[in-house]
Design a protein around this ligand. Structure first.
Ligand code: BG6
Length: 481
C-alpha cells in the first residue's frame, strides 16, 4: 500500500482576522456600536480601559482597525498573491443589526459583505465565517446584560438566519462563536458575554460572578446549537465548527498530584465546551464543578434536546501556547492568552510572555482528534511580535521560525493519522491586539503602517514572511525553508 505523508492535496492554507480588529470604519454604512468599540488602547503592562459611554480623551483602536473596510480589495489581492485557499473572518453583528434588536437588517452592511464574498470568489478563496467574534451590539449588552439573558438567543438566531439566507451560495464553513470556552473564564465576562458588571472599569478587572457567567455560556451553547439546526435545514452541506481556545496543559512534574491537577484543569478549560458541542450534554466533571461551586443553571428540557440533536461538524481551535499545572501553589507562574499557569522550564516565551511550544501542537492535534473523531482545523496560530520597518522592508525571521516549527508539527500530526484539513494563522494582515489594543503586537504577513494611536498611512507592505508563506502554500507544505 502506498504510504501518503504530509499535507492532503486539498488543504486549506489561509489566514484569519476578526471584523472589530481589522475593519475600522466603526460608524460607516450604518454600523452600530459593539462591545469592542468602547475599549481603549492599553499595553502589555496596563489593561484596556472600558469606557461604555465613550467619554474621556482616549484612543479606541477598533474605530480605525487596519482599515480593511476601505482596502479589502487590495488586502484580498495580497492574500491571493500568497496563494490563500481559505480566509477566515467575522461579520460584524453591528453592521447587520446596528442595535441587535431591529426587525430588519441594515442593507448597507449586507452589501459590504456581498462585495467581500465576491472578491474572494474572484480568487477562489474559500470563506470561513465567524458569526460572533467580540462584536456583540453594545445596545444588547446594556438592554439584556448580554448573554446572561435568554433573550439574546433569539437576537442571535435572527442574525444567523439573515446571514445564512443571504450568503448561502458563498459560504460552506461557519464558526458560530469564536473561542466559545473563553466565557468559562472571568476575563471574558464582558467581551464575550456582553455582561456589564457594576465595578467594571478595565478588561478583566472585575469581581467575578460565576453563576451569571456560566448561565450566559449556557445560552451561548443553545444559540450555537440553534444556529446549526437552522443552517442545516437551509443547506445540509453547511459545515459548523466548534471553536475552542486550546491552551495545552502539561503536568509540571510526574508527581501524581500534578497529574490529577492537570487532568482537572484540562477538562474544565479545554474540554468542557467542545464536549457539550459534540456530545450534546454537560460532561460529568463540569456538573460536579457546578455543584462544588454552588452554581445552579437554568437548563430546560428543550435546551437539552437542542444540544443533543445538533452537534457541530468540525473541531476548530486557536493554538498559541501551552502552560503547566501544578499542585504546588508556589510554582512560578506565567501569563498568556486568556489564562496562565505554571511556567514550563523547557520553553522560551514571546515578547508578550506567551510560552512557545510547537510540539504541543502535534500533541494537541492528536488529543482532540482522538476525543471527537471529526475533521480538525487550526483557525488561529501565530507570533505577536514587534516588527522593524525600514525602507519598506520587514525582516521577520522570528515569525518565520515560529510558523515553520508549528507547520512541521502539523505535518507530524497528519502523519500520525490526524484528519487536519486547514490552517488559518491569526492576523494574516496586521491588526489590533485584543488583549492590549496595541497595533505593535503584530502577527501579519502583511505590514500595516499604523501605530498604537491610529497614526500612520495605513499602507500595506509585504514582510519577508509573506514570501516565505507563499512558497509554503505553493509547495503544499513541502518547502518550509
Ligand atoms: C485569540 C482571539 O484568542 O487571540 C483573537 O480569538 C486575538 O481575537 C488572538 O487577537 C491573539 O490575541 P492578542 O491579544 O495578541 O490579540
Amino acid at each position: 500500500m502506498k504510504k501518503v505523508n504530509g499535507f492532503p492535496a486539498r488543504f486549506f492554507w489561509g489566514g484569519a482576522t476578526a471584523a472589530n480588529q481589522v475593519e475600522g470604519a466603526w460608524q460607516e454604512g450604518g454600523k452600530g456600536i459593539s462591545v469592542s468599540d468602547v475599549m481603549c488602547v492599553g499595553s502589555h503592562t496596563s489593561p484596556r480601559k472600558i469606557s461604555i459611554d465613550l467619554s474621556g480623551d482616549y484612543y479606541y483602536p477598533s474605530h480605525r482597525g487596519s482599515e480593511f473596510f476601505y482596502r479589502f480589495k487590495e488586502d484580498i489581492a495580497l492574500f491571493a498573491e500568497m496563494g490563500f485557499k481559505m480566509y477566515r473572518f467575522s461579520i460584524a453583528w453591528t453592521r447587520i443589526f446596528p442595535n441587535g434588536d431591529e426587525k430588519k437588517p441594515n442593507e448597507e452592511g449586507l452589501k459590504f459583505y456581498d462585495e467581500v464574498f465576491k472578491e474572494l470568489k474572484k480568487y477562489n478563496i474559500e470563506p470561513m465565517v465567524t458569526i460572533s467574534h467580540n462584536e456583540l451590539p453594545l445596545h444588547l449588552a446594556k438592554k439584556f446584560n448580554g448573554w446572561s439573558s435568554r433573550e439574546m438567543i433569539d437576537c442571535y438566531v435572527k442574525f444567523c438566519e439573515v446571514l445564512f439566507n443571504r450568503y448561502k451560495d458563498y459560504v460552506n464553513y461557519w464558526i458560530p462563536f469564536n473561542e466559545i470556552n473563553d466565557l468559562s473564564l472571568p476575563l471574558s465576562t464582558y467581551l464575550h458575554g456582553g455582561i456589564i458588571l457594576d465595578d467594571m472599569k478595565y478588561l478583566g478587572d472585575n469581581v467575578d460572578n460565576p453563576q451569571m457567567r456560566f448561565q450566559a455560556l449556557h445560552h451561548v451553547f443553545v444559540a450555537a446549537a440553534k444556529a446549526v439546526e437552522l443552517g442545516k435545514k437551509l443547506k445540509p452541506s453547511f459545515q459548523f465548527g466548534a471553536m475552542t481556545c486550546h491552551i495545552t496543559i502539561y503536568p509540571l512534574t510526574c508527581n501524581p498530584d500534578d497529574i490529577v491537577q492537570t487532568q482537572h484543569e484540562d477538562f474544565i478549560r479545554n474540554c468542557f465546551c467542545s464536549d457539550v458541542q459534540f456530545r450534546g450534554e454537560y460532561p460529568f466533571y463540569q456538573i460536579k464543578y457546578f455543584e462544588n461551586n454552588d452554581i445552579e443553571l437554568e437548563i430546560t428540557e428543550e435546551d437539552r434536546k437542542i444540544l443533543k440533536d445538533n452537534p457541530h461538524n468540525f473541531y476548530a481551535f486557536s493554538y498559541y501556547m501551552s502552560v503547566c499545572a501544578s499542585a504546588d501553589t508556589n510554582a512560578a507562574q506565567t501569563s498568556g492568552n486568556i489564562m496562565g499557569g505554571a511556567c514550563n522550564p523547557y520553553l522560551k516565551e514571546s515578547e508578550w510572555s506567551w510560552q512557545i511550544d510547537p510540539k504541543g501542537l502535534r500533541y494537541t492535534l492528536n488529543k482532540v482528534y482522538d476525543r471527537y473523531r471529526v475533521p480538525v482545523m487550526i483557525t488561529e496560530n501565530g507570533l505577536g511580535a514587534t516588527d522593524v520597518f525600514f525602507e519598506g522592508k520587514i525582516h521577520d525571521t522570528y515569525r518565520i521560525d515560529y510558523l515553520k516549527a508549528h507547520i512541521e508539527q502539523m505535518r507530524e500530526a497528519i502523519n500520525d493519522g490526524v484528519e487536519l484539513i486547514g490552517y488559518t494563522p491569526w492576523g494574516c494582515i496586521d491588526l489590533v491586539s485584543v488583549s492590549t489594543g496595541e497595533m505593535k503586537k503584530r502577527y501579519g504577513f502583511i505590514y500595516v503602517d499604523a501605530d498604537d494611536q491610529g497614526k500612520g498611512s495605513f499602507d500595506r507592505y509585504r514582510k519577508d514572511s509573506f514570501y516565505w508563506y507563499k512558497k509554503v502554500i505553493e509547495t503544499n507544505g513541502e518547502d518550509l525553508s
